[in-house]
Design a protein around this ligand. Structure first.
Ligand code: GLN
Length: 223
């Protein structure tokens, strides 16, 4: 299965995301933000980093990159898309996921290993986990505070669209400890923590993140 990893100017974690794809058993396909099409990939990862230097708002410019038009179109048709950290910011700015990521409440960049609770184990990217599973992966961001209008948060909670929630402390002041959300069809997932940095025992802090990349391998329905 071919999983595209998009590099934007300022992407930082595209190499680690591609490595996680390969460790999970997929074929990583390098995509460039200015490409015309998605090269027939079966799923897409938007990696972490500082696309366009986080100018305007983190992810705001990358969301308007040429390739994002294809990502939005194909996502509406069911293409699995995972946005990690800056990728999550891009997905919110592109309108594929609700809400926004704003400056951390304490105004500091936060970099630490973070416990999460998996609340949805039936999305394209989390089926390798069990509901309620506790995992630990790194978090590292300056603009990771998830916000949405109270009514929108109620709607997301009601529809079960919170995929992962911070446990043992909220690193950035995110509303209701939300660390990641999904689209209504469970195919588009965005989260601020970095599963691609927790895929090998050698570097730690766990291999808990690998499940995101193995999950998608079984989610793709090939025609
Ligand atoms: N590691 C990341 O992708 C975080 C960068 C992100 N643009 C931020 O808010 O800090």
């Amino acid at each position: 299965m071919r999983i595209g990893v998009i590099t934007f100017p300022g992407s930082l974690d595209d190499v680690d995301a591609a490595r996680a794809v390969r460790l999970a058993g997929g074929e990583a396909v390098a995509l460039w933000h200015a490409d015309d099409d998605l090269s027939g990939v079966d799923a897409v990862v938007l990696p972490g980093g500082f696309s366009y230097g986080d100018y305007l708002r983190a992810g705001a410019i990358a969301a308007r990159a040429p390739l994002m038009r294809s990502v939005v179109d194909r996502a509406h048709a069911g293409l699995p898309v995972l946005g990690i950290c800056n990728g999550f910011q891009v997905l919110c700015e592109a309108g594929l996921l609700p809400g926004a990521l704003t400056r951390n409440g304490h105004l500091h960049f936060r970099n630490r290993d973070q416990a999460l609770l998996v609340e949805r184990a039936d999305t394209a990217w989390t089926s390798a986990y069990t509901t309620g599973q506790r995992i630990v992966v790194p978090v590292k961001n300056g603009e990771g505070r998830y916000v949405a209008a109270p009514a929108e948060l109620d709607r997301l909670e009601g529809e079960g669209r919170v995929v992962v929630r911070y446990a043992d402390g909220n690193p950035n002041g995110s509303s209701r400890d939300i660390a990641g959300v999904t689209s209504a069809d469970g195919r588009v997932v965005g989260l601020m923590p970095h599963p691609e940095h927790a895929v090998e025992d050698l570097t730690g802090p766990s291999v808990d993140g690998l499940g995101f990349f193995t999950s998608v391998l079984s989610s793709v329905v090939t025609a």
